[in-house]
Design a protein. Structure first.
Length: 348
């Protein structure tokens, strides 16, 4: 499904966007104080996540040679994903106003803390925010193992073409490899000259992997160490994928010059997930994906307050605003994956 199915033509959207739809919304949001920083919130959140991270590894050492360490691996997979969510907010300048502390803490959390390349991820995520669900410009929907449109399916080759036939059924199992994929992508990006401070990024990344693997094989015998590694990385990848899959997968896509104005480009390609405090905690506030894409530097705890304003404003100007439950969001994403794989199932 393309965005043109839900919105006016790009030309008319640009004209209306030029009239100041986003500027008026931003004014309402700013007047409500929702762009103001929340230092106490981030001090508490970062402290709790940091404590959980340290406590998890302390429990790992104390448990020693025991299969109970697999429960600790599961706990640490969740904790590492929460570290990634904190890094996400840091990279969006939600925590620090200045670039230097943002990059320092971002690299400590990402590269050193969980083995996720901060520079690579920030570059990729910035391009995603600029062009969400654009098939040529959004790196998050570039056909790699999976395809995200029937056009991509028809052009696919090799393993992607084979997996694409049943990708809706393979989606969640494949997410268990996402943790490994994130680690490898960060390492591969060190060869990209556009990544700043590559020596520092590489040192922190390889330092993380060296300490991580040394801890596993010093504390545990080889069989338990491998089991811990598999459980930790598989659940970390699965959890990370489950956080990000509801945000855009199955929403309308853009191609070529199909670029509505900023407000419509962000709203029409994003999906919100309903839920209470537990959903907010589990998804790190990214369940308010529409508001996050409209105001990337807005502190996470303010997003739920902004939602009321944004939803009412979209109704006022006639822009569709999509919100659903968590299970329904996965159902929509899987239905989309199955639909776009249809050309591969009918091919000879």
């Amino acid at each position: 499904m393309t965005i043109s199915a839900l919105a006016p033509s790009p030309q008319s959207s640009r004209r209306r966007g030029a009239d100041g739809d986003y500027a008026r919304l931003l004014r309402r949001i700013s007047d409500a104080g929702l762009m103001n920083r929340r230092p106490v919130y981030y001090a508490v959140r970062t402290g709790l996540v940091g404590f959980a991270y340290v406590a998890g590894w302390a429990a790992f050492v104390l448990a020693g040679d025991s299969w109970w360490t697999l429960l600790i691996a599961a706990f640490l997979s969740v904790t590492c994903a929460q570290v990634a969510l904190v890094m996400h907010d840091i990279a969006h300048r939600q925590v620090f106003r200045l670039r230097r502390p943002t990059e320092i803490v971002g690299r400590l959390a990402g590269n050193a803390g969980i083995g996720l390349g901060y520079g690579w991820w920030q570059d990729k995520h910035t391009r995603h925010h600029a062009n969400p669900n654009h098939e040529e410009l959004d790196p998050d929907i570039v056909p790699d193992v999976l395809v995200w449109s029937q056009r991509q399916a028809r052009a696919s080759r090799g393993l992607t073409r084979l997996i694409g036939r049943a990708q809706a059924f393979l989606f969640f199992p494949l997410l268990m490899l996402e943790g490994l994929n994130l680690h490898v992508a960060g390492i591969r990006a060190l060869g990209n000259r556009s990544i700043k401070h590559r020596a520092l990024e590489g040192s922190l990344l390889f330092g993380h992997f060296a300490v991580y693997l040394a801890a596993l094989f010093v504390v545990l015998p080889a069989d338990k160490a491998f089991a811990f590694l598999v459980v930790h990385q598989a659940l970390f990848g699965l959890y990370m994928g489950c956080i990000f899959a509801p945000n855009h997968k199955g929403m309308p896509t853009l191609t070529g010059d199909d670029r509505p104005d900023y407000l419509r480009r962000q709203v029409l390609t994003s999906r919100n997930v309903r839920g209470g405090a537990l959903t907010d905690l589990a998804l790190g506030g990214l369940n308010y994906q529409i508001e996050h894409h409209l105001f990337p530097s807005m502190p996470t705890p303010n997003l739920r307050h902004a939602q009321v304003i944004v939803r009412d404003y979209c109704a006022e100007i006639g822009v569709p605003y999509h919100e659903t439950g968590l299970i329904s969001s996965y159902r929509e994403a899987l239905r989309h994956l199955h639909h776009v794989g249809a050309p591969l199932r009918t091919a000879g």
